[in-house]
Design a protein around this ligand. Sequence first.
Ligand SMILES: Cc1cc2nc3c(=O)[nH]c(=O)nc-3n(C[C@H](O)[C@H](O)[C@H](O)COP(=O)(O)OP(=O)(O)OC[C@H]3O[C@@H](n4cnc5c(N)ncnc54)[C@H](O)[C@@H]3O)c2cc1C
Length: 415
Amino acid sequence: MSTPERSTVDVAVVGGSIAGCVAAIRLRQLGFEVAILDKKAMDDQSHKRLCTHFIQPHATPVLADLGLAHLAERPWSVPTKAVFVTPGGLVEGPGPYLPGEQDLSALNLERRVLDPALRAAAREHGVQYLDGTSVEQVEEDETGWTLDTTGDHGHRRFRARLVVAADGRRSRLARLLGNPTEEHPNDRAALFGYFTGVKTREDERSVFIMNDRDLACVYPLVEDRTQFVLFAEKSRVEGWHGADGRLGEFLAYFGDLPDAPPVADAVPETGLLGYADYPNQVRRPVVGSVPFVGDAALSLDPMSGIGCGFALVSGDLLARSFANRSLAGDDLAEGLAEYRRRFEEVLLPHAEGIIRDALVDKDEASQQRTFRIICDNPALSQKYLALTGRMVLPGEFKRDLMRALMTRGSAGRGR
Ligand SMILES: Cc1cc2nc3c(=O)[nH]c(=O)nc-3n(C[C@H](O)[C@H](O)[C@H](O)COP(=O)(O)OP(=O)(O)OC[C@H]3O[C@@H](n4cnc5c(N)ncnc54)[C@H](O)[C@@H]3O)c2cc1C
């Protein structure tokens, strides 16, 4: 369904990637007139390339609410579950991520599939999607917002009751509206690439190998392709020079890992992608009367594989906070307060552990002890996987870990 273009809408969503599309579709489902403004000019295949697209299981139900349940199946994605090779052994719970809960999988859902599907779903729901439209200035008055844009159509002005900031990690709206960025260091660089000719596990689990201070990941993808991802201490990869040399070093690294699949027949589909530095960023979920969703609010170490999931969930939480509410007066204030509360309860508690894990300086002996306890205890192993899948909060996992430590301590004393 295409919608006539209007420059006055109920909601203007700035940024039309994951968080923006989800917020827009879910708000449209509540009956609001919604427009997405994205600065990039896009065609049907446009998608984000700097992303390894492992979607954690807590977020996958949102796809169904967007009419995109099929993306959680082949041939669109590979439903999968994590296996961790740790200093204390293998964390590999059988069955679902969280026993007793809905049988949810993580997804290896490539952005070349997800991004166009989200934009198409937005349009089908009657959201206006305006690409090539960069929001430069926003100004609030008694009845709403004026947005000044530049781009393919020259300068244009939009009016909206509500502005949603979904403009990513470098959020211009955060700068314009004074949403401070709290930055925390990330000690690792990342490199990743796509390969054919690699024989991965029959059960299609995604393997995360903790090697020294690095994390090496092996993701099975559709069409018998494999993605290798390395989050490595910066000093390790700094010396990997030149396109060919770097690829050779990268594959040799995986080749030396006993728990990675053999790489002798791996054929690269493309060159390697990655970053040298990617600090964690935390912003407020609401500033004044503007909610922030996705990376614009929380952009954490990609090693945790949570950014796409948090973008899906935060967009969804925002719209849920406006169910049965208008965008004016007390309703607006209450909707924003509810979004802030939900964001702080559901997503923010995960930030502390992820920010800590982004540092390489850890006590290795105590890490090994902790992982031994997790590996020796099947219920705790399941909980660990559920935590990494963001299906339980860190506090719940920590309580169970403390109990296991105390039980082990008292068993040791009794001997
Ligand atoms: C190397 C790497 C690997 C990653 N791997 C994973 C992973 O395995 N799993 C996972 O869950 N996450 C991963 N992530 C994180 C994930 O890619 C992001 O969290 C996710 O893309 C955030 O989506 P978003 O919609 O919030 O923001 P973005 O995708 O950044 O989109 C922001 C949009 O806003 C638009 N925009 C910006 N400014 C303006 C403006 N002024 N006007 C109009 N439009 C504007 C941009 O054009 C863009 O389309 C990874 C990230 C990196 C860098």
